[in-house]
Design a protein around this ligand. Structure first.
Ligand code: IMP
Length: 513
């Protein structure tokens, strides 16, 4: 199945599951919670209290309160978070309305519907189970019934408090306030009873919700010891499971053994056993529950770390360039090379401009490795040669090929300029930075002329034939201190650093405010 189709079928699946789950929720509330006047948490809890006190129908207050919360959520959390919540709120409003009309037409009013007679506690248990199951299914499908979920998600965006904690506090406040609704009507003891029932609903629905969510999340670990490990590992791989083969040793026989480790969702464990048994019915297999699995295809690690320095990847493995840049940027950023982020591929540079190449490299890193980053590209531009070597500077003597031969490059350039009077040229370094969602290009230029022959043995590349403006010696004859202050790269890096420093100082100021 193509990934687009997969995406849509899982999205449609989400909406189907959320729709079914909300039927269970609406049944629980209208058939068991409302007729027995049980105080519950969440916005539905607030709405039930309004209903018990004034008779104002639950779905109406539910829609009004959620409309307010949704406007807030769209502003703070964005549309993407809210789409399924809006769907959930509207559908639940509709279900509640339909069920109430249905009950009224059959029984006159909600209070006359007493499906479990006078056994209020039974109503509490059934109502809470319905709520827990419905919310559990809805959560696993990224759905939400709005209400206090929105408040919790908004608070969670700004403060490091868990969603569970926030919801628990909000629910306790809502349930406790039911005391004031009931105390005049049924006295203090009756009002306390309502609170106890309310808390019971909270606990049962919470435990049920966790059970449903975790049942779906529960992962298991297989360790498979088999002589036919290759066939088993290949089969599991073909079936789409991630497989790791470890080296082990059977200590009795002192022979090397391979151990296959597979982490999968619990629902796949019977299938895995089937695949193993088909290949090696005598395989030695251990199966255990794991507390959590974090990584691709599983959960994200929840622990927050106090990372003081932002990370920036410099798309290079050239140690000299790295040191040069780190020396200028200082220790406000954690600068990592390509190797340090595990990038060992040749990044394409197919643009016909230096800026385009730098951008292409930076975008490659951002896309495949996810880091904010910067990349550079340098060229020597000779006026008399219509900008040559330009983007071909590194491979001038071998355009299009793999050659990086500085001697051959310089020889070719000197030959091409031999009959030209105009020997003016400039080096340009373009740096593309992708940082906090913005893309910025910095250009550093050093003007000069191309000497008629090579002088000096310092530096690299075209240094022996490039005489920077204001000097009468080539880069290869100047000290690295001078070169590192006037060079094209130093100038581009300087601009990059100024930009980054400005950002970190303004952030620090904002944090102090
Ligand atoms: P890069 O984009 O930094 O790899 O530079 C491309 C090519 O330009 C290098 O292979 C060198 O031949 C040349 N080059 C870059 N910087 C310098 C420099 O500072 N001096 C001399 N040649 C340079």
């Amino acid at each position: 199945m193509s990934s687009v189709r997969k995406y849509f079928s899982s999205e449609i699946g989400d909406y189907v599951y959320i729709s079914l789950a909300l039927i269970i929720y609406a049944v629980g509330v209208t058939f068991f919670i409302l007729p027995y006047e049980i105080a519950t948490g969440g916005v539905t809890g607030i709405c039930s209290l309004i209903y018990y006190a004034t008779g104002f129908e639950v779905q109406n207050s539910y829609l009004i309160i959620n409309a307010f919360l949704l406007v807030l959520a769209i502003k703070i959390l964005g549309w993407k978070f809210c789409l399924k919540t809006i769907y959930g709120v509207l559908l639940l409003t509709l279900y509640l309305w339909i069920l109430q009309r249905l009950i009224e037409s059959q029984y006159g009013s909600l209070e006359n519907l007493r499906l479990v007679g006078d056994q209020t506690f039974m109503a509490v248990v059934i109502g809470a189970l319905c709520e827990g199951i419905a919310l559990g299914i809805s959560f696993t499908r990224n759905g939400s019934t709005g209400g206090t979920d929105i408040i919790a998600a908004v608070v969670n965006k700004f403060r490091d408090v868990s969603l569970g904690q926030i919801l628990m506090i909000l629910d306790l406040v809502i349930i406790s306030s039911s005391y004031f609704v009931f105390v005049d009507r049924i006295g203090s003891v009756g009002a306390w009873q309502k609170i106890v029932f309310g808390v019971t609903v909270l606990v049962i629905s919470g435990v049920t919700l966790d059970y449903v969510v975790n049942r779906n999340r529960q992962s298991v670990q297989f360790m498979i010891f088999s002589r036919n490990y290759r066939a088993i590992a290949t089969k599991l791989n073909e079936k789409g499971f991630g497989v790791t083969v470890l080296d082990g040793m059977g200590w009795y026989t002192k022979t090397e053994r391979k151990v296959i480790v597979v982490l999968v969702k619990k629902r796949n464990s019977l299938n895995i056993q089937r695949y193993i048994k088909q290949i090696d019915p005598y395989a030695f297999v251990s199966l255990s529950y794991v507390q959590g699995v974090y990584g691709e295809g599983f959960d994200l690690m929840k622990a927050k770390i106090n990372q003081t320095k932002p990370t920036l990847v410099f798309a290079t493995n050239n140690k000299h360039k790295l040191e040069e840049v780190m020396a200028i940027i200082g220790d406000q950023f954690e600068i990592r090379s390509l190797e340090e982020v595990g990038c060992r591929v040749e990044i394409p540079e197919t643009s016909d401009t230096l800026q385009g190449n730098a951008l292409q490299k930076a975008q490659f890193i951002k896309k495949y490795y996810g880091f904010d980053c910067f990349a550079d590209d340098t060229g020597l531009i000779c006026d008399a040669l219509n900008g040559e070597p330009g983007v071909h500077t590194a491979r001038y003597a071998d355009v299009g090929g793999q050659g990086h031969d500085s001697q051959a490059n310089m020889a070719k350039l000197l030959k091409n300029l031999s009959d030209k009077d105009d020997r003016s040229a400039h080096f340009q370094t373009s740096i593309a930075l992708i940082y906090k969602g913005e893309t910025i290009i910095f250009d550093g230029v050093v003007n000069g002329t191309i000497a008629t022959e090579k002088h000096g043995d310092m530096g690299f590349g075209y240094d022996p034939i490039f005489i920077p403006e204001g000097y009468d010696r080539t880069f290869a004859e100047l000290s690295s201190d001078i070169k590192n202050t006037i060079s094209h790269r130093a100038r581009a890096v300087q601009q990059l650093c100024e930009y980054l420093k400005k950002d970190t100082t303004s952030n620090a100021k904002q944090r102090r405010k």
